[in-house]
Design a protein around this ligand. Structure first.
Ligand code: DGL
Length: 270
């Protein structure tokens, strides 16, 4: 079973990509909804939550564990790997490298939670992977909460997003990195703002490829043995209001995940 966790529903964007790449394994998706948003918490608090959740997922037999959250990856992926040496842990980091490589203008921007934006891990990532590209880091307070409340296309959001993005677009940024897994669900609202000037960059597919490499060829491709393989089951767990996850799958258009889900969502006291 593959474990995937986030503060809330944002990591479902990563789960959807991983489940497309690996149709057969079972998945346990864990949302720490009692403690979101992570983006305005300090590193110690995020690390403490990530360690508890990582241990819980490992006890449930999850291998690998995907930290489908940029904020938790920045604050806690090293601690998780230390704490769970026998469990492969895959983190999610903003796609600085692909964005910088694809940029024609030599300027990119990364949208992130306040915590990720100020993290040393993001500074290091930019130092290592941006090359000569200039990187604008744009903190987006409140955006993850907006996604959690499924207010994805309010007119007030378009105005707020335009105000944040306009300066970096005007400065020539031609790749806008979605540096929080929640923001994938805002892409339809962001796309018209950047249209003709920049492209949005998301790393969910790259994380899925990494999972596939780790799982090995026997781990997941449907039909690999010549027989029709059963699609993996999806279990949903949350620290608050677990039923909302099920509803979110439908609202977010993740029907293929919804079809794999056939048991009540678990309220996890983690
Ligand atoms: N989805 C998370 C991320 O990728 C964090 C959102 C939040 O809880 O602030 O950063």
């Amino acid at each position: 079973m593959i474990g995937v966790f986030d503060s809330g529903i944002g990591g479902l964007s990563v789960l959807a990509a991983v489940a497309r790449a690996l149709p057969c394994p079972d998945f346990l998706y864990f949302a720490d909804t009692a403690h979101l948003p992570y983006g305005d918490k300090d590193d110690d608090a995020i690390r403490a939550r990530a360690l508890r959740i990582g241990r819980y997922l490992a006890e449930q037999g999850c291998r690998p564990i995907v930290v489908a959250c940029n904020t938790a990856t920045a604050a806690a992926v090293a601690a998780l790997r230390d704490a769970l040496p026998r469990v492969p842990v895959i983190g999610v980091e903003p796609g600085i490298k692909p964005a910088a490589a694809a940029s024609k203008s030599g300027r990119i921007a990364v949208l992130a939670t306040v915590s990720t934006a100020r993290s040393e891990r993001l500074s290091n990532l930019i130092r290592r992977h941006a090359g000569p590209a200039q990187v604008d880091v744009v903190p987006c307070p409140g955006w993850a909460t907006r996604v959690e409340t499924l207010r994805l296309a309010d007119p007030d959001f378009a105005a707020e997003a335009r105000a944040l993005l306009e300066p970096v677009l005007a400065a020539g940024a031609d790749r806008i990195v979605l540096g929080c897994t929640h923001y994938a669900f805002l892409a339809p609202a962001l796309a018209p703002i950047v249209a003709g000037r920049a492209e949005l960059v998301d790393v969910a597919e790259a994380v899925a490829r990494q999972c596939r490499r780790l799982a090995g060829t026997g781990g997941g491709e449907a039909g690999g043995s010549g027989e029709a393989a059963r699609p993996g089951r999806l279990t949903l767990a949350a620290t608050a209001d677990p039923d909302r996850l099920r509803q979110a799958l439908t609202v977010l258009g993740l029907e293929s995940l919804a079809a794999r889900f056939n048991a009540p969502a678990i309220l996890a006291k983690v």
